[in-house]
Every structure is written in C-alpha cells, then in structure tokens.
Design a protein around this ligand. Structure first.
Ligand code: 7PJ
Length: 282
C-alpha cells in the first residue's frame, strides 16, 4: 500500500484522497475587493472540510493562462494569515501552492505540511531545501517553460517520455537537497504545456506512468480545466462540473491516488463510487 509522509503525519491510500483548492486571490471571494478576509477564507475551509476534503491546497498566485505573477511579499501577505488561522482551527493537512521558496518557508512556519510546486523545482530550486529541512511533503508537478511561457509551449512529440524523463530528473534534484522519496508525490500537470490531445491521452493511459513510478503517490487535477470546456463546446469554467467528475473518475480508475478539485461534495461522492467498484474488481 502506497503512503505519503508529511511533516505532521503519514497519509495512506486505501482510498483516493481529495485535495480541495482554496485560492486566496483578490477575485476568489464574494466581495471580489482588495480586502482578502481571513474570516471568509476560514469559512470556505470549514465548508470544504465538512464536504470531505482530505487536504487543503492554499495558493495566492494564479497559474492559469494569462495570469500575472505576484511578488513573494504579496503572496505571503495573502496566504500566511489564512494558513495560520486554518491550521489553528482544523486538523487538516495543508499544502501551499507556490513555486517560491520564501513563500514556502513562511507557509510551512504558519502550519503548511506539504509544498505543491507546479514547476517541480525549476523556478526556484531552494524549495527542495525548504522541504528537506522541514520534512514536508513535496508535490513535483510536470510543466515546461517559464511562468510566462508555460501555457504557450510547442507540444513535445512524446508526452509520456517527456513526463517520465522530467519526473526522474525532478526526483533526483529533490533528493540532492535531502528530500527522502517517501515525502515526494508526482503530478502529470494536466493543462500545463500540453496540447488538447495530450491531456486526454495522459488521463486515458495514466496507468502507464503509474507503473513506471509505483512508489510515488500520483496526483491529478482536471478541475474546470479548459480541455473540458473545449469538449463541451466552449462552456465557461463554472459549467464544467460534470466534465470534472467524468475526467476525475477516469484518473482514479487509472490509478490516481489524490485528485485536486474545486467542487468537494460532488467529487467526494464520485470518487467513492470509483473506489468501491475498483475494490470489487480484481
Ligand atoms: C494544478 C496545480 C495541478 C497541482 C494548478 C488550476 C490551475 N497544482 N495548480 N496540480 N493546477 N499539483 O487549478 O486550474 O493540476 S493551478
């Protein structure tokens, strides 16, 4: 049975874990204003936990196509008070979605026990040092290019070979900082530097990569992503729940251990169904 070590606990995968997205960006909360209320974020965290979140992924910098980079100071200002408040109130594992080592450090001091790096140590390799020193979990997600260019990369010929090669090199880099294998989780990075067909191919044949990296938990995030919008004729992000559930179910069926989503209740139910079917199929 696979498991994953964080600085505060060991997570095991008898069932699929659901990671809830909690974005702390100026447009994430109802008032949409400049004030990011810690209270609102804590209320949202409580709702996600009640709906069955196994992990909360808290991020202060959007990495969607066409987003602007924010400074480390601004990112810290957004996420640290929320992480502190949530960690004080709830015993839920918190991951910080950042690719900056100074942000990761402050977030971990505030109570985060996992670092989720969409660049897999390419933007700021010191994340590896922070993860090793604090013994946090570390998510290494596949992407290519810089923050500004990662959504406009020319697709590679063989996406499986590319991801496999990158997983090997990012694991090696993390280990060079002293991160032990049991702290590492991998993520194929759906929607990052892949074309439409490659996103579909990766979900459909995810088991190929899982067989190659059997010891590492595999995380997959399809939630509301644009390939779903495209299949459904251009529907907006808010209209992609069914597509999120279908693609998440396929990822879980093909071996994903953790799924990263916005809609908790629906995903928790869908994943329970897939897990139940899988547990009765030999
Ligand atoms: C992912 C992420 C993902 C991990 C984002 C969005 C874009 N972190 N951060 N995996 N996506 N580990 O949520 O649409 O797929 S930001």
């Amino acid at each position: 049975m696979k498991s994953w070590q964080t600085s505060r606990r060991r997570l095991s995968f008898e069932r699929t874990l659901v990671m809830a997205i909690l974005n702390i960006t100026p447009d994430s909360f109802s008032d949409g204003g400049e004030f990011l209320s810690v209270d609102d974020a804590v209320k949202q965290a409580e709702k996600l936990i009640e709906e069955g979140a196994d992990i909360l992924d808290i991020g202060g910098e959007s990495t969607r196509p066409n987003s602007q980079r924010v400074s480390a100071e601004e990112e810290i200002h957004r996420v640290v008070p929320v992480i502190e408040a949530v960690a004080k109130r709830f015993d839920v594992p918190i991951s910080v979605d950042t690719s900056k080592s100074v942000v990761a450090e402050k977030a971990v001091e505030a109570g985060a026990e996992i670092i989720n790096d969409i660049s897999a140590l390419r933007f700021d390799e010191k994340i590896g040092e922070v993860a090793a020193r604090h013994k946090t979990g570390l998510i290494l997600m596949h992407s290519r290019g810089t923050f500004e260019t990662m959504h406009s990369q020319e697709p590679v010929e063989d996406i499986f070979a590319e991801i496999s090669k990158t997983f090997h090199s990012s694991i090696k880099k993390a280990e060079s900082f002293g991160v032990k294998p049991e702290y590492i989780a991998l993520d194929i990075g759906i929607g990052f530097s892949k074309n439409f067909e490659q996103n579909l191919e990766l979900l459909g044949k995810l088991d190929k990569l899982i067989t190659e990296f059997p010891d590492y938990p595999m995380l997959v995030g399809t939630s509301r992503k644009s390939f779903i919008g495209k299949i459904l004729g251009g529907v907006a992000a808010g209209e992609r729940l069914s597509g999120t559930l279908a693609s998440t179910a396929i990822a879980v069926w093909n071996g994903a251990n953790i799924v990263r989503v916005h809609d908790l209740k629906e995903t928790v139910e869908a994943v329970k169904i897939v897990d139940a079917i899988r547990n009765n199929t030999n």
